[in-house]
Design a protein around this ligand. Sequence first.
Ligand SMILES: Cc1ncc(COP(=O)(O)O)c(C=O)c1O
Length: 417
Amino acid sequence: MNFRDLSPSPRTLMTPGPVEVDPRVLRAMSTPILGQFDPEFTDLMNETMTMLREIFMTKNQWAYTVDGTSRSGLEAVLVSLIESGDKVLVPLYGRFGHLLVEIVRRCGAEVVTLEKDWGTVFAVEEIAAAIRQHRPQLVAIVHGETSTGCMQPLDGIGLACREIDALLVVDVVATIGGVEVATDKWLMDAVIGGTQKCLSVPAGLSLVSYNERVESKLLKRKRIEQGLLSDSSAVSSSFHDLLGSPIRSNYLDLCQLQDYWGPARLNHHTEATSMLYALREGLRLVLQEGLQDRFERHKRHEAALMNGIAAMGLTLYGDPSCKMPVVTCVNIPDGVNGESVRAVLLSEFGIEIASSFGPLKGRIWRIGTMGYSCSKRNVLLTLGALEAVLTLHGVKVDAGAAVQAAMNTYNKEALWS
Ligand SMILES: Cc1ncc(COP(=O)(O)O)c(C=O)c1O
């Protein structure tokens, strides 16, 4: 059987991930493979760790990758920290909070959830009060909920965790590289980032960083595993009840991963070398742009997109005071088949925007302005195409207004700067 040459169609990716990738990153992926213990390759790993610390805004020793998509990092952190019977608090305000709940349950924890209507977020004080009330061992929360386009303020949650000696684990999968993620300043004990969103690197790696509070918990579990905390090498079940249990994963065991990434360089998995090249190049480009400039770029294109959407006569979903700058959720006008609009955008214009999950299915579109996809060209094309496709679907839009409004936003900025 003959298969065609691989030749994907050109696309404008305006979803909350995966997004377009800078050609320099794609080029990096096609460079020759090095052995994973070749000193040239381990130098690249060390450089990647240094750059990860910068984007996570941390002085943590540990900042490295877990091979697998973003949830591999979430699962690695949670399975490495949670012991059966631990109490874990998960404040929920969208679909990815439910992913945390699912993983935490599988770790055998007693899960306490705190729920907010989708489209809003918690006041930090509400979460702090729940922490004081429930006294969990660990709090897990999402920073940017791509399912609702809302972003949870985090500053203050870490302090409440420290008061009761709980660990704070934060999913920054969708925000890292697009908005500020101040790991140290906000007292976050472990953070997990994704590659395929604001960093504009293909999916396939997860980024983790954690501090000494986390490390000491990991090392304790490792000593239990090795029987080093016991009088005898045979570790009894009552001993586990008293002191805790070993980590119940090999692939996702952060102790083993840090021994692989750290000076010991102990063999663990076979590194995904081409993905590491891609990440290193992606991070290099982020730092070359500058974190603050990058955050501002995301805000600029968000403003142009939002003004264009409003000029078209459409409305945005969610509480604007907690809107995530890199995802814009648009209410689908009554009577319009949202999936048909998306299909025509893709087939006629090569533009992809996202649908939504659960209670929002069929009610909103989600438009991402992330990383390399976050550009004036992409915003103007998306607005123009959306106007045309909505007109085709019988929606009365003020034709041309959206693109003009976005252009005015950009021009105003040019005059101001
Ligand atoms: C906020 C958030 N967390 C976690 C994930 C899961 O990431 P992945 O699909 O890379 O495993 C996503 C993916 O969209 C996400 O948006």
